[in-house]
Design a protein around this ligand. Structure first.
Ligand code: NAP
Length: 326
């Protein structure tokens, strides 16, 4: 197939392009920052500069490329400072997920593109009731926190627009896979505490496993939503100390909910105590997807292990699969 990858220069795009080429696909890869053409070319794709928020440019780029498939991996989270207000942090990404998706879907229709896959998100999106691990059929959070309403609405919009158009929305877990991942510095500096009972669940995914699932979805997936997460959704009280240990940092602090609320706002409290994780059962079953890092326990060691100071502390290995829904 001829595949048009939007965001080919990004964290996931740059791991996706070589896999698509290995699989025999031809790739047109878009970038937004002017300096990234060579990066995309070096991955083996034909580089095209594109601002997804310019619908006329999107139409032209897609019609020129004449792809069989489009993969939308554009987000704008590089260099953002995560604040108490997620919607402020995600404002541009929300536009890429709404206006950008609309522009791409319109261009795809006009160009007769058969396959459409887009990046969505799984972790902390499902309703904060019942068991800790949710499937694609479980309801999304009907009352997202005020500071996350626009971001949740943008993801919901993308999921619906893409699947109604016969495409696939991939709800990825929290990405990790590079030494400078967003979690590294806050955990190293002990800025990320265990809040209250620490029972807020997160789902993670190594970028390589996310890219592998994306290639499979493009080739085999049926229209719909897939959670692309690892086998071990885990509460903060489990994953946070392990990550600190792997990084050679001191263990995370414990803070009561009221203090977390004062310091980090309602988002910090929700993520630390209430959020739900996601099950990957559907993706494994329907895409025949196998993970190189079935648990963040192995993945964190593989990615960050060598970055830890040599202080004799060793990370806890023991992978444990608890990815079944409840
Ligand atoms: N995706 C998420 O939901 C999420 C959430 C939390 C943390 N993170 C992490 O945050 C880090 C950086 O994230 P990121 O979102 O900046 O990803 P990224 O890895 O930089 O990729 C974003 C891609 O989208 C492209 N892009 C940006 N604005 C665009 C526009 N207006 N039109 C078309 N394409 C556009 C970028 O192009 P250029 O690079 O050429 O500008 C790039 O190819 C990553 O490590 C990621 O794992 C991601």
């Amino acid at each position: 197939m001829r595949v048009f990858v939007v965001g080919a220069s990004g964290a996931i795009g740059s791991r996706l392009v070589p896999r698509l080429i290995d699989r025999g696909h031809q790739v047109v890869g878009t970038y937004n920052s002017p300096g990234n053409a060579e990066r995309v070319r070096a991955l083996g794709a034909e580089p095209v500069q594109l601002d997804l928020l310019d619908p006329r440019a999107v139409r032209k780029a897609v019609l020129d490329a004449q792809p069989d498939a489009i993969v939308h991996q554009a987000t704008a989270l590089a260099d953002v400072r995560f604040s108490r207000n997620l919607d402020r942090t995600f404002a541009q990404t929300n536009r890429l997920r709404t206006e950008g998706t609309d522009a791409l879907l319109a261009a795809a229709r006009e160009a007769g593109v058969r396959r459409f896959v887009a990046q969505s998100f799984a972790s902390a999106r499902y309703a904060r009731v019942g068991g800790p691990v949710k499937t694609e059929d479980d309801p999304l959070d009907p009352t997202p926190l005020p500071s996350t309403r626009e971001s949740n609405a943008a993801m919901r919009y993308l999921d619906q627009a893409v699947t109604e158009a016969g495409g696939i929305a991939l709800r990825y877990g929290g990405f990790y896979g590079a030494a400078n991942d967003g979690l590294v510095e806050p955990v190293r500096k002990r800025f990320l505490p265990i809040v209250g009972n620490g029972e807020g669940v997160s789902s993670f995914i190594h970028l390589d496993d996310a890219a592998a699932a994306t290639v499979l979805a493009l080739d085999h997936g049926e229209p719909g939503v897939y959670n692309i997460v690892d086998d071990e959704p885990a509460p903060a009280r489990e994953w946070l100390p392990v990550l600190a240990s792997v990084l050679g940092a001191k263990p995370p602090r414990h803070v009561p909910r009221w203090l977390a609320w004062l310091i980090g706002g309602d988002l910090a409290v929700m993520m630390g105590t209430e959020s739900r994780g996601a099950s990957n059962a559907k993706a494994k079953r329907e895409l025949a997807w196998t993970l190189r890092y079935p648990s963040w326990r192995q993945g964190f060691v593989a990615v960050y292990g060598s970055t830890a100071p040599a202080d004799g502390r060793s990370p806890r290995p023991a992978p444990r699969a608890t990815g079944s829904p409840s």
